[in-house]
Ligand binder design. Structure first.
Ligand SMILES: [Zn+2]
Length: 96
């Protein structure tokens, strides 16, 4: 069940966000050409993709790593899952 495509895409996005945030300090040297603006832009895109994924979540509304834990923030889009939106994200993040 943990191999579910939605979970996999979600995890892939989270990993990238964590990596960006942990590498975000403006030390410059170790991140090479990546500037804070680049990091912010990438984080914004990842957050947008995560929100998009959560709007196309499986076939039921769900709780996904939410804060507070009881909050329902993932919603089904009503199409058969995985829907084209989710499959597109899966390709973007190399999950398929
Ligand atoms: Zn959808």
């Amino acid at each position: 069940m943990s191999n579910d495509i939605h979970d996999s895409v979600y995890d892939a996005i989270e990993v990238r966000i964590d990596a960006l945030r942990s590498g975000a300090p403006a030390s410059g040297a170790e991140t090479g050409a990546r500037t804070q603006d680049d990091v912010d832009a990438e984080l914004g895109k990842l957050e947008a993709d995560k929100a998009h994924l959560l709007d196309h979540w499986k076939t039921h509304d769900g709780v996904v790593g939410a804060t507070p834990p009881s909050a329902v923030r993932a919603r089904a889009c009503g199409q058969a899952q995985p829907c084209p939106h989710v499959l597109g994200l899966a390709q973007t993040y190399g999950v398929v």
